[in-house]
Write a protein that binds this ligand. Structure first.
Ligand SMILES: Nc1ncnc2c1ncn2[C@@H]1O[C@H](COP(=O)(O)OP(=O)(O)OP(=O)(O)O)[C@@H](O)[C@H]1O
Ligand SMILES: [Mg+2]
Length: 276
């Protein structure tokens, strides 16, 4: 097996409970924005749904994680180059198998990630909507859980349900909340305050405010062109929001312990699923 990499890598899983709240767009544009700050970003698409990362960015994956697990290629060969030089591990059917692996394959997967660890500072994981075991596995394995929520009742309710499961069933102690599609500061604060109110009263979990992303039509236009908004419309309001989010994320402390290592992420990923 390859020599393990020991550089601490920031592992951030992006979630939201509800579909269509902007998880994929936040993952992609946070990634591009962090690349602009000089961080080496890998984006792992953990959503097999329709509007996934490769579709959003007009990429055509040739090889997938499935090929890596079959032993027919290395993870480095699966990576696609995304905007800003970001690396993308595209969604693949192999992903579902990834969380049901036997011990030998675990070692293979850890080795596969170790193989590309030296090329990254940040791993962003775009997860599917909902609270499936698979989604929860990715969330619990990451150091940071970034919940994307909008100021609408269903998004707040679904985010709360997700945070509750993470807290009560999986012992997650801290999540960060980013408000998306906000039309005002009040809108942004309302998202955080509503979640904070219920979480504080009923759950033993710390919610941290990670800022807000404006509602901006530039994003829709970028989506139509299969480009990231940060790259296509760098001076738009929403791109400024993503740059601010990226600067904030860049300042989050990375634990010096094993949790800062990519191997730990993969080990946790596998362990959590098997024990759930
Ligand atoms: N800040 C925003 N401003 C304007 N439109 C937005 C914004 N964020 C998201 N959208 C719109 O919402 C759509 C869905 O976003 P996205 O695909 O990122 O959501 P998702 O949470 O990943 O969805 P899914 O649950 O299907 O994976 C986008 O295509 C875009 O049209
Ligand atoms: Mg998505």
């Amino acid at each position: 097996m390859e020599q393990s990499s020991k550089n601490p890598i920031q592992v951030i899983a992006v979630t939201g409970g509800k579909g269509g709240v902007g998880k994929t767009n936040v993952s992609v544009n946070l990634g591009v924005a962090m690349s602009k700050l000089g961080r080496r970003v890998t984006l792992l698409d953990a959503d097999l749904g329709l509007a996934n990362v490769d579709v959003l960015l007009g990429l055509k994956p040739q090889k997938t994680l499935k090929d890596v697990l079959d032993g027919s290629c290395r993870l480095g060969e699966v990576l696609l180059e995304g905007p800003g030089g970001m690396n993308i591990v595209p969604a693949a059917s192999g992903l579902q198998e990834m969380v049901k692996l036997g011990p030998r394959e675990h070692a293979g997967l850890i080795g596969a990630f170790s193989d590309i660890a030296h090329r990254m500072d940040v791993l962003i994981i775009d997860t599917a909507a909902g609270i499936s075991d698979e989604v929860v596995s990715f969330l619990c394995a990451a150091q940071e859980i970034l919940v994307v929520a909008c100021n609408e009742p269903t998004s707040i309710t679904d985010s709360y349900a997700l945070i509750k499961v993470l807290s009560q069933r999986y012992g997650v102690q801290r999540v960060r909340v980013v408000a998306n599609m906000v039309r005002s500061d009040e809108d942004a604060n309302a998202v955080y305050d509503k979640l904070q109110n219920v979480a504080e009263r009923f759950l033993d979990v710390t919610l941290l405010h990670a800022g807000a992303i404006s509602y901006d039509d530039h994003l829709r236009r970028a989506v139509q062109k299969q480009r990231s908004v940060v790259e296509l419309y760098p001076t738009s309001r929403i791109s400024g929001d993503f740059m601010r989010l990226a600067a904030q994320v860049d300042g989050w402390p990375i634990p010096a312990s094993a949790t800062g290592h990519l191997e730990f992420f993969v080990e946790q990923l596998v362990r959590d699923v098997r024990s759930s």
